[in-house]
Design a protein around this ligand. Sequence first.
Ligand code: NAD
Length: 479
Amino acid sequence: MIEILNYIGGTLQKSLSGDFLPNIEPATGKIFAQLPRSNEKDVALAIEFAQKATEQWKNLGADGRAKILLKIADLIDQNAEILAQAESRDNGKPLWLAKQMDIPRASQNMRFYATASLHWSNESYQQVGNLNYTLREPLGVVGCISPWNLPLYLFTWKIAPALASGNCVIAKPSELTPYTAFLFSQICIEAGLPAGVLNILHGYGNEVGEAIVTHPKIKAISFTGGTRTGARIASLVAPQFKKLSLELGGKNPTIIFASADYEKALQTAVRAAFLNQGEICLCGSRIFVEKPIYEQFKQDFIRETQKLKVGNPKEETTFVGALVSEAHLQKVLSYIELAKQEGGTILTGGKRIFLQGENAGGFFVEPTVIEGLSYDCRTNQEEIFGPVVTLTPFETEAEVLTYANSVQYGLACSIWTQNLSQAHRIAHKIESGIVWINCWLLRDLRTPFGGVKNSGVGREGGFEALNFFTEEKNICLKI
Ligand code: NAD
């Protein structure tokens, strides 16, 4: 049994509660590790260490901090194989995907913010007879809370800018996927990160998570997770006037016009639907296709979906691995049932899969394609966060905009057309923080990342994230 430990004050330790939680491997349904069930006492201890470390970390300057963060990035690369195996085992995602996407992106996050902080500067404003300059000071101790779908990738996406801008951090990965964050704490020790600068606590959101969020010494919260949890956190921190960044759920449209590069649109729509078992906040789960190509697209989409192998995450040929938990599997299956009740037709998939051998107890679901639903039914409005998509035909731009914008979410959108004006028209009118034209998941880490409506508040990425973790002070000087 693997024993996952908290990282507090530079050392690996059990929770002061003495309690553990089981960690289940989604591809087998079996317990393979245990993690500390941390509580407010662990948070208080971690904050004590973090506060002691703030001056030292701040005084290292951007250069000194960057050296350590770059070392962490290098160590992630050196341990990429072990980290990828841990990520795949803990989350259920295919090993090749963890190798290709999650782990390289984690080191990229660290490297990106280590170096971005070297190019980051304060502003000054000159008028006749006076000069204003604006300083940015680190906040002190901040909280970072991340979800289970891209565990190390999203964990580092938050803590890298928080650390690079000179803060000490109390971080909590999801209790469903704590393994790579634990390995990351070992990497931090090896890289010589000063004790207390980063503290990683494991456990339940409503226990240790809320203790982090509500602690008066935590000056900002950067959270990625579900919209409901985001609302809960917002209600807790509002009276404390903390800075808050929320990256929340999505129900993203993929819009395909008849003029699209058909083959590219088809292949990308399949990938956007089912990559990472559909468990990416950016996945395109509502696919709208212009009428003249709808029937053809439908047949081809079904054929391509049926080619996707659901299987053991360790196998190179597996495209769809296991869902993250039994509870999540049941949630996804319940939405497939709901779709049927709402009058939808299951074109392919729709069932749980029971594999053989070591994967017999795993949480596998067939990639599922549904048609015949109205755009405003629950299946088309609520986030399922699994390998389930709907196909809907449309006739006009106005119609597809009504469909696409009808949801409470507004995270990402993918538009497929060869008509340049049309692409821009839709992009301008779509209610979404991120728009991809003739592509999906193409990322430049300098760009603002985040959603509108109930998909979040604030933006990550680029200098925006460094700014978030600082407080501005304007100084006006009469010359
Ligand atoms: P979740 O909200 O259940 O949990 C996210 C994290 O918050 C976990 O670490 C959890 O332990 C913690 N948490 C839960 N309740 C808490 C509380 N009351 N106080 C403090 N912390 C608490 O989300 P999840 O199920 O882990 O992740 C899936 C969701 O995340 C989906 O809705 C998905 O769209 C969203 N997501 C969004 C983005 C984005 O960038 N917008 C990226 C990835 C995932």
